[in-house]
Design a protein around this ligand. Structure first.
Ligand code: HEC
Ligand code: HEC
Length: 292
């Protein structure tokens, strides 16, 4: 074992041993390099300085806070509060401005679009899709086919009060259930469905009486969908000659809608979202390209 008097000079490396020996293995006495040693001392001094200046040691409750009073938490809170303040300043401007003024003012428009996009993702995307392209029964908001109207005011009305939502100001207007309520016979429904399908560019049912369908259309449907089948936004009756159908552009889907219409419901957002968010959403949806 260790014997200080066993020091000797190692033949191979020319370095003195410490005199320690384990099973024939001897330890060379190589001191730490100077650069290493001094770096080590500097680190110790730096660490002590750091303890004094910055938050460092955990205590029983809390921690030593350091004489500089540095706190990332306080910085984050301050930045957050500054963000809220800037946001509410913009939100106030959005509330005060008309929809047209927001569209015309670059900085308001940018804020409204960003705010609208975030609110859309949170509230509208589940029904209208993340890209606002819709699903069956949930209209595509990207195209220029509007059921209730694509002007800024009309879009805002749809969002504020909803559609068949039960809100006093909501859009109302149900399509009658011609099949379920036996307003038309099965054959008449087939005839009018084929007439609509043909006008929409689809194949009508073979051998069907299209002239009878046309008369049925004029008597039962034109009041809501228009003589030209282009729809009437005041009653929310969609165009029947547009590229996009809400419930599918096939003869079967048209027949099903005439028998038993869905009369889709869109919730009212007036009580759920603040006025700045509703205006932001309106401008955002309007800016998709289909806005009128
Ligand atoms: C629960 C599902 C649902 C949610 C959530 C929803 N919508 Fe709708 N939305 C609908 C349905 C269904 C319609 C179509 C109703 C109809 O006329 O048949 C519609 C219609 C609309 C229309 C009218 C489209 C047109 O062609 O006139 C707009 C605008 C609209 N939604 C915007 C929004 C916005 C903005 C949000 C988020 C704040 C939202 N919707 C959230 C279901 C929803
Ligand atoms: C009182 C007004 C009204 C009358 C009358 C009416 N509709 Fe409708 N129609 C609507 C409304 C409102 C909708 C959309 C409602 C919904 O979400 O189901 C609609 C939707 C449709 C659709 C689905 C369109 C799509 O985009 O998927 C078809 C097809 C249709 N109607 C055909 C007819 C035919 C054919 C008749 C006559 C036999 C008729 N409607 C009579 C109001 C009416």
């Amino acid at each position: 074992m260790a014997d200080i008097h066993n020091k000797e000079v190692d033949k191979l490396s020319g370095v003195e041993t410490t005199g320690h020996e384990w099973d024939g293995l001897k330890e060379l006495n190589n001191p730490l390099p100077k650069w290493w040693l001094y770096s080590f001392y500097i680190c110790i001094v730096w660490a002590i300085g750091y303890w004094v200046l910055y938050p460092s040691w955990p205590m029983i409750s809390g921690y030593t806070s350091g004489v500089l009073g540095n706190s990332q938490r306080a910085d984050a809170i301050a930045a957050y509060e500054a963000g809220i303040e800037a946001r509410s300043e913009f939100a106030d401007k959005i509330v005060a401005a008309s929809l047209e003024e927001i569209k015309a003012d670059q900085s308001l428009l940018e804020f409204a679009s960003a705010n609208g996009a975030a609110a859309f993702g949170d509230n509208c995307a589940p029904c209208h899709g993340t890209g606002a392209t819709g699903f069956e029964g949930y209209p595509n908001l990207q195209d220029d086919t509007w059921i209730w109207g694509g002007s800024l005011d009309k879009i805002q009305t749809s969002i504020l009060y909803g559609i068949r939502s039960g809100h006093d100001e909501a859009h109302v207007g149900d399509m009658p259930a011609f099949g379920r309520d036996e307003l038309l016979s099965r054959e008449e429904i087939d005839q009018v469905a084929s007439f609509v399908a043909q006008k929409a560019g689809l194949e009508p049912k073979e051998g069907i009486d299209l002239a009878a369908g046309e008369t049925l259309y004029a008597d039962n449907c034109a009041a809501c969908h228009g003589d030209d089948l282009k729809g009437i936004q005041d009653v929310g009756a969609p165009s029947l000659v547009s590229a996009n159908y809400l419930y599918g552009k096939t003869l079967d889907a048209i027949t099903a809608q005439i028998r038993n219409p869905r009369n889709g419901v869109m919730p009212a957002w007036e009580a759920r979202l603040d006025p700045a968010t509703i205006k932001s959403l309106t401008v955002y949806v309007h800016s998709f390209g289909g806005g009128q």
